[in-house]
Design a protein around this ligand. Structure first.
Ligand SMILES: Nc1nc2c(ncn2[C@@H]2O[C@H](COP(=O)(O)OP(=O)(O)OP(=O)(O)O)[C@@H](O)[C@H]2O)c(=O)[nH]1
Length: 305
């Protein structure tokens, strides 16, 4: 970073059909240091996937669930969350798979883009270019740009790394000027907190009724290293309705107890040391909204200012 360049920071929402390559791209952008890999399909909600530094810019990649044609109520809720993520982000990048081209799903997303707030910056990234020939790529680029006025078009292969640096550099100059939202030295620490929260969420998913886990958020609130080499981890499970509290706790607290034990075992295995895990259940209505979203995503604005 040069002394003169102003710092910049912003949220980048990656949207696209399931399998478009959002996770692969995030991991590429962010680099091994802070990437988080989860293999679950369509279980991600707007949450931070990783933080990338490019020069004086900090790019916070927000993962959204794949945008797909909503059929069930749950699907609709998830698609809504995906669009919510895009509307709140500073920049949205639409990922389209080169070899699949203009699918119905892509058309539906293009329709949805039209409803984003005016002034939202949307870039197009045609991914998996390693799978198609140039003429087809050009035709697709043209068709997509006729359908929507993208700020910029990139041709990339997230897997092979083609075009990823150009996209990252463009994003770096496109996010607003402002202080970094994460102090640089905290970036490396962030994924551990998120991985630990994700592990608890996974256990909740296994133990609760199908739809409930999507309405839960798990946050790691505190992480304390102890002298004996163990870690004390405090997490909060946020429920969106009061009635869900009891379900998460279970009869005589049995559900949360078994979640806690299983999550602790996973985290211990991951860290290779002893962990004391403390879980709390709290009510948070409208978790998708405004300020609350930031803390849900692990951000603390006190740190950012
Ligand atoms: N050939 C090729 N395959 C890719 C490329 N990018 C991603 N893939 C593959 O596409 C598949 C889906 O990639 P993901 O990154 O998991 O896609 P996603 O959009 O995060 O998927 P969801 O979380 O299900 O929405 C994986 O098998 C990747 O290896 C690419 O540039 N070229």
């Amino acid at each position: 970073m040069t002394d003169t360049a102003p710092t910049r920071a912003g949220f980048v929402a990656l949207i696209g059909e399931p399998n478009a390559g959002k996770s692969t791209l995030t991991n590429r952008m962010v680099g091994a240091k802070v990437s988080i890999v989860t293999h679950k399909v369509q279980t991600t909600r707007a949450r931070i996937r990783g933080v990338a530094m490019e020069g004086a810019s900090q790019l916070i990649f927000v993962d959204t669930p794949g945008l797909f044609k909503p059929r069930r109520r749950l699907d609709r809720a998830m698609v809504k969350a995906a669009w919510g993520g895009a509307a709140d982000a500073d920049i949205t990048v639409l990922l389209v798979e080169a070899h699949r081209g203009m699918t119905d799903g892509v058309r539906a997303i293009l329709d949805g883009l039209a409803d984003l707030p005016r002034g939202t910056t949307v870039a197009l990234a045609i991914n998996k270019i390693d799978r198609v020939e140039a003429p087809r790529l050009l035709a697709l680029t043209q068709a997509l740009n006729e359908a929507y006025a993208f700020a910029e078009t990139f041709m990339i292969s997230a897997e092979k790394g083609h075009g990823v640096v150009q996209l990252r550099k463009w994003l770096a100059q496109a996010v607003p000027e402002g202080p970094w939202l994460y102090p640089e030295d905290q970036i490396a620490d962030l994924p551990m907190r998120m991985i630990a929260a994700e592990m608890t969420r996974e256990k909740l998913t296994l133990r609760l009724h199908q739809e409930l886990p999507y309405q839960l958020t798990v946050e790691t609130e505190a992480w304390q290293e102890r002298d004996d080499g163990s870690a004390r981890i405090d997490q909060v499970i946020y429920v969106s309705r009061d009635g869900h509290k009891g379900i998460v706790l279970g009869h005589k607290g049995e559900t949360i107890k078994s979640v806690s034990q299983a999550a602790r075992a996973d985290i211990e295995e991951f860290l290779g040391r002893k962990v004391h895990l403390f879980l709390q259940v709290k009510l948070r209505e409208n978790w998708l909204e405004e300020a609350e979203r930031y803390s849900e995503m692990g951000l603390d604005f006190k740190d950012g200012n």
